[in-house]
Design a protein around this ligand. Structure first.
Ligand code: PHB
Length: 400
């Protein structure tokens, strides 16, 4: 497995290696594992043994924060059967040893709570007798998803207000389940064009009721989920992910002139709650270097910055988006108040990424073709630096 050829910096004496508390998690440094879909589950049940090994490897440096892959809050929220859920007893039991593997390394885990909405597969939902849902009836992500929905006789259904309340209740159940499974907290996925983002965004939210139209109305569902989770499990156990610049899932990103206003509003509402004693564990932002998680690095980067958050929000900020290729940006951004950096694709390929960033060692290259394999290949077989060097020496010997 070759190394990446990014410029490297030894981050040892930088702010990246200052300790910080996230909720009750006492982190020894500010490198976070980003949430990453890996599709090793079956029928929404994680492959315990394999995933415990994978997460345990990535938690190997004490005091690291891991955010799990997106985990469905309910069958209605789902549709990709090889992704995991946290809404049945079997799923909770399957997660327990995974979270334990992280805790055994003295690291911490937040479970990401996921609800697909219009990015789901209408046929898969129809097989289970479930509706294909979104923010607005008759408003589709694109022509392909419209065709898929009509072919499956499962046209998109904009949630009614009572259904929105049911989804909020399902977030609460899922959050409690995640804690029962041993997670230290949960992350509300309100980014990357999934259901909560579909309510925030004017491309997908064409509603005319109290959940549509104004920024305040579009933000309501996300903030109701926040409030319900804070009430149920406590503010310190709740984080949230937002992607102001994202286009994935046919979001407007910065094509909407009001996009900063929208996210400034949401973040301000979170700060107001914080000032009343309910500060979330963190706000997690995707940087404009990644406008679609499906793109390779460097593709569709846009100009801009999430720095506006610091004028509004005084709590922890996690920033994500190709920091491996931009170590100078990493150094600058992590020096901002209460800031942590999430690494994604390079955390997949580099189980000892924390040690390597500390020392300025090169990271492992990743193989995109194995991101979504069903098995151990490209999952638990990436080497540490020592193993990589040793393997290379063996290769050299063989060649000689
Ligand atoms: C994906 O599976 O491609 C995926 C999942 C969650 C995200 C982004 C991408 O937030």
């Amino acid at each position: 497995m070759p190394f990446r050829d990014d410029k490297t910096i030894a981050f040892k004496d930088t702010d990246l290696f200052k300790s910080i508390n996230v909720g009750s998690a006492e982190l020894k440094q500010r490198i976070v594992m980003a949430p990453l879909t890996r599709l090793r589950s079956t029928n929404y049940v994680p492959n315990t043994e394999l995933s415990a090994k994978y997460y345990g490897q990535r938690a190997q440096r004490e005091g690291t924060l891991i955010i799990t892959e997106g985990t469905f809050i309910s069958a209605e929220a789902a549709g990709y059967k090889p992704a995991p859920g946290i809404f049945t007893k079997e799923q909770i039991e399957a997660w327990k040893p995974i979270h334990k593997a992280i805790h055994d390394q003295k690291s911490f885990v937040f479970q990401q709570l996921w609800n697909l909405g219009w990015q789901s597969w209408p046929a898969a939902l129809a097989e289970d007798g479930l509706q294909y849902i979104g923010a607005t009836t008759d408003v589709y992500m694109d022509e392909d998803s419209k065709k898929a929905a009509l072919d499956a006789k499962n046209p998109i259904h904009g949630l009614t207000i009572p259904e929105i309340k049911e989804h909020v209740a399902n977030y609460v159940k899922a959050a409690k389940n995640a804690l029962e499974a041993g997670a230290d907290g949960v992350e509300i996925h309100s980014a990357n064009g999934y259901l909560l983002n579909q309510f925030l965004d004017p491309n997908s939210n064409k509603r005319t009721d109290e959940y549509g139209g104004s920024i305040e109305n579009r933000a309501k569902f996300t903030l109701e989920v926040v409030d319900a989770l804070v009430e149920a499990i406590g503010n310190e156990k709740v984080g949230i992910r937002l992607s102001p610049y994202g286009w994935f899932g046919n979001m407007t990103g910065k094509n909407d002139p009001e996009f900063i206003a929208l996210y400034a509003y949401v973040i301000a509402q979170l700060e107001k709650r914080a000032q009343q004693g309910k500060r979330l564990a963190y706000i997690h932002l995707v940087e404009p270097r990644v406008t679609s998680p499906a793109d390779a690095e460097g593709v569709n980067e846009v100009e801009g910055s999430n720095n506006f958050i610091y004028d509004i929000w005084k709590g922890n900020v996690i920033r994500a988006g190709n920091y491996a290729s931009y170590p100078d940006n990493a150094k600058t951004d992590v020096s901002k108040p209460n800031t942590l950096l999430a690494y994604g694709r390079t955390f997949i390929s580099t189980p000892d990424i924390v040690d390597r960033l500390e020392k300025g060692l090169p990271l492992n290259a990743y193989d995109r073709n194995t991101f979504y394999n069903p098995d151990a290949k490209g999952y638990t077989d990436y080497p540490t630096y020592e193993e990589a060097i040793k393997a290379e020496k063996v290769e050299d010997l063989k060649l000689n």
